[in-house]
Ligand binder design. Sequence first.
Ligand code: FES
Ligand code: FES
Length: 175
Amino acid sequence: MTAEDTVAGVTARAVDGDGRISITLQVNGREQRIQVRPHHTLLEVLRNELGLTGPREGCGVGMCGACTVLVDGRPVSGCLLPAALAEGHELTTIEGLEGPNGELHPIQQAFVDHTGFQCSYCTPGFILTSKALLAEQPDASRDEARAYLAGNLCRCGSYVKILDSVMDAKERLKG
Ligand code: FES
Ligand code: FES
């Protein structure tokens, strides 16, 4: 079998002697070609193969949002998505938000200024989900933000300051 063969309309991939397939991901504007096992999740590949530790493992079953990655701008739980299925999509992790000179994104800066965190384990997920929210709903109300962020959990209970941060970020992005 070649690297990719189509059999009865289904594309099959060659597996190397170590049980790995070759995939190409677009992460934070860079093309990354890597070997992964077919069952590896996007979260595992980002952290263990690409060294991007912003996405974090909390629950591991799609319930907490700590592993959030933007896939074509929409928040997705990286712990649920097989890495191979992320091919052909634009992936953004928290590492991809900084400016060309390392400056913080306005949403990140708002979280810093409002102390929208305690331990910060949940923070990358909240910031990425907030980015998707404010792209979709630039005038989101506090209640709309609360509803959009409902899939992200903060074990430290920093929800009030997180929402303060998001509402301020909304104004910064307009400004
Ligand atoms: S680690 Fe993925 S949703 Fe909790
Ligand atoms: S700041 Fe600790 S889990 Fe949210």
